[in-house]
Design a protein around this ligand. Structure first.
Ligand code: FAD
Length: 416
């Protein structure tokens, strides 16, 4: 089976590694000179920054991505955060469990009931499922300041969206995922360690990865892709890692029915800013995430807590994320640095990276779910993350669905 994969991001390479291992003749075409897309390391002034992700996997070594990597025999080390998270509240960084102290007794009882319902798969349905998550939480738990602000920082960190932009069902399923698979984990060697392993597996299974090859057309009738330099690659199966709208554009809108084209109009990206800060200390917070409900940034982590090689000698590397709320980028960057330098007066700003437009945090933001209609051509990556699938663990759930369609495994127990 001849398989062409358009794009060597995490989604494309993860799918490619499975297909190559299962006997497909895999060719990955990547327009950029490097592979990994928004999930690889970016060497910068002695630090291993990244092209996107914060060197962190949402559900660490127990989530869907880690499961697929284990099935592939990828040699990567993911270490779960301990504690799973911390919260900066009333000026102090606290263990996440301390958060319960800031709920009234009534709120606490209602929150525990809601968690039990989610765990038992009693999820919002119908109109309730579609209501904005902040309204849903207010209805279910109450108006308390802490819970709303905490969840706002959670969705800003995990999805780069505001709580009000998420439908209740998406938040409920993300909570379900977290209850089931736990909190995040850091990757030893950073994002690139995973990309390197996936490309090794593809190449060892006779696949090829061609860089500087931009696909400009997909001819679904003739089953060929055409590249900018006029080369043609024929396929039996095509995997697109470049997003749903982008794939439709390469195939041509005439190929799709009107209803599907209407559905894809609702696809919007999520946008954000990542801040990289150096601190001349051995360690700052350790392997964990600090949610920052009182600040403009949503949270931060310390990738060098697991792997010192990600940082310049003598320094720790802090990465913070901020969901983009308005168009004033300069102001947002200033506010982000202010937050960080107030918290860490000894910090040294390295770089702020802005993700929007054609290089967003997610091509299809969390809460928007579009099912791809074609057979033989499939979309993977952050354009296709099933409900509740946070970031790269969501990408892994989407890849599982595509592998099932190709009869390369069953993954039902992973679906939320
Ligand atoms: P991409 O990485 O975008 O890969 C697509 C590839 O296709 C690219 O290499 C591109 O060059 C190539 N391409 C595009 N068009 C063509 C074409 N026509 N022909 C050939 N090639 C083409 N996720 C986490 O799990 N944890 C995190 O901590 C985290 N933090 C994040 C922080 C930020 C600031 C950002 C931006 C993202 C973060 N994410 C995180 C999300 C995660 O990085 C992305 O969801 C993921 O990397 C997307 O992978 P992908 O394979 O879908 O797409």
């Amino acid at each position: 089976m001849k398989t062409v994969i358009v794009g060597a991001g995490l989604g494309g390479l993860l799918t490619g590694a499975f297909l190559a291992k299962n006997g497909h003749k895999v060719t990955v075409l990547e327009k950029s000179p490097i592979i990994g897309g928004r999930f690889t390391n970016l060497p910068y002034n002695g630090f291993q920054l990244s092209t996107g992700a914060l060197h962190m996997i949402p559900h660490g070594e127990d989530g869907p991505l880690a499961h697929l990597l284990r099935l592939l025999g990828a040699k990567v080390k993911i270490v779960n955060s301990s504690p799973k998270g911390k919260i900066l509240w009333e000026g102090k960084i606290r263990h996440y469990r301390e958060g319960w102290k800031f709920l009234t007794l009534k709120e606490k009882a209602k929150a525990l009931k809601l968690l039990a319902e989610i765990k038992a798969n009693r999820l919002p349905k119908g109109e309730e499922a579609e209501m904005p998550a902040d309204e849903w939480i207010r209805e279910k738990i109450g108006e308390g300041e802490f819970i709303i602000k905490f969840l706002e920082s959670f969705t800003g960190w995990a999805d780069s969206v505001s709580l009000t932009e998420l439908p209740a069902i998406e938040l409920a399923k993300e909570i379900k995922a977290t209850l089931r698979w736990g909190g995040p984990g850091l990757i030893k060697g950073g994002c690139k360690a995973i990309i390197d392993e996936l490309s090794r597996i593809i190449r060892e299974n006779k696949g090829e990865i061609v860089t500087k090859k931009e696909v400009i057309e997909i001819d679904a009738e003739r089953k060929v892709v055409i590249t900018k330099d006029n080369e043609e690659f024929s396929f039996d199966v095509l995997i697109s890692n470049i997003g749903i709208k982008e794939t439709v554009n390469l195939i041509g809108k005439d190929y799709f029915d009107k209803d599907f084209l209407k559905t894809i109009n609702k696809i919007e990206p999520s946008e954000g800013i990542k801040f990289n800060l150096a601190i001349k200390r051995d360690s700052v917070i350790g392997n964990t995430v600090v949610f920052t409900p009182e600040l403009r940034i949503n949270g931060f982590n310390e990738p060098s807590a697991l792997d010192k090689s990600l940082s310049k000698k003598g320094y720790s590397l802090i990465m913070a994320h901020m969901a983009l709320k308005d168009r004033n980028i300069k102001k947002a960057i200033k506010e982000g640095w202010n937050d960080l330098l107030e918290l860490f007066p000894d910090g040294e700003p390295i770089l702020a990276q802005v993700y929007r437009g054609s290089n967003p945090v997610n091509r299809t933001r969390a809460g928007i779910n579009v099912e791809w209609p074609l057979e033989g051509i499939y979309v993977v990556g952050d354009g296709y993350r099933p409900q509740g699938g946070i970031e790269v663990d969501g990408i892994a759930l989407g890849v599982m669905k595509v592998l099932e369609k190709l009869k390369l495994g069953t993954f039902h127990e992973w679906y939320l």
